[in-house]
Design a protein around this ligand. Sequence first.
Ligand code: ADP
Ligand code: MG
Length: 220
Amino acid sequence: MHALEAHELYRFFHIGDDETAALRGISFHLSAGEIVALVGPSGSGKSTLLSCVTGLDEPDGGHVEVAGMRLTRRSETERTRIRAANFGILPQSGNLFGHLNVEQNLRLQMQLAGKPNEIRIGALLESVDLQHRARAFPTELSGGETARAGLAVALASDPPILVADEPTAEVDRDTELRLIAHFEARRRAGLATLLATHSQALAHRADRIIGLKDGRIDDE
Ligand code: ADP
Ligand code: MG
């Protein structure tokens, strides 16, 4: 049993008469203790795939299994429960609530996953070097601080599977190295990490690279 399995995923989008086939039969797996990098040009389907495997979006065909349990074709409530128990998500657009400071964002995330832990909040802030910014609101953070706070939120519930969409796209070199260190610590701890990335530095740290092109797996 894999941490995550995608079987023959299809996803179509329609705008007016135009149809975009964002995913055209994608299958892959992710094991515990593994870092897998999804790479491919802009528009190749990376974000759509990440949304489908985390249950944020529902594929039009195929199915997803998380720790042996089917995630697809379930009610929104059930998907949310499975997602909270299994995934930490670092979306491209950010995962911080604007009306909560950094520390409150972490606390909320832990509560949503049913794992409140005040001591872990301090440890997480320290691990992303944001102890001094615990009371800052998202609009008060720099780009690098936002990325690190987002990572801390994604890691708050110590998720079996971390999914990150281009986590290093807009960060400085120091922050990129810090993120990579976190991903490698997860590997040592036997946790799974799935990344969409354009960064060669990041892709090279992965155990496997899965290429995507026009919604299909590209073996080259
Ligand atoms: P990537 O993350 O690799 O850049 P995406 O998964 O965002 O690729 O997009 C794959 C394709 O699906 C693109 O052609 C994109 O325009 C299209 N697409 C993605 N989301 C939507 C949507 N919500 N509505 C319409 N088209 C979409
Ligand atoms: Mg994308």
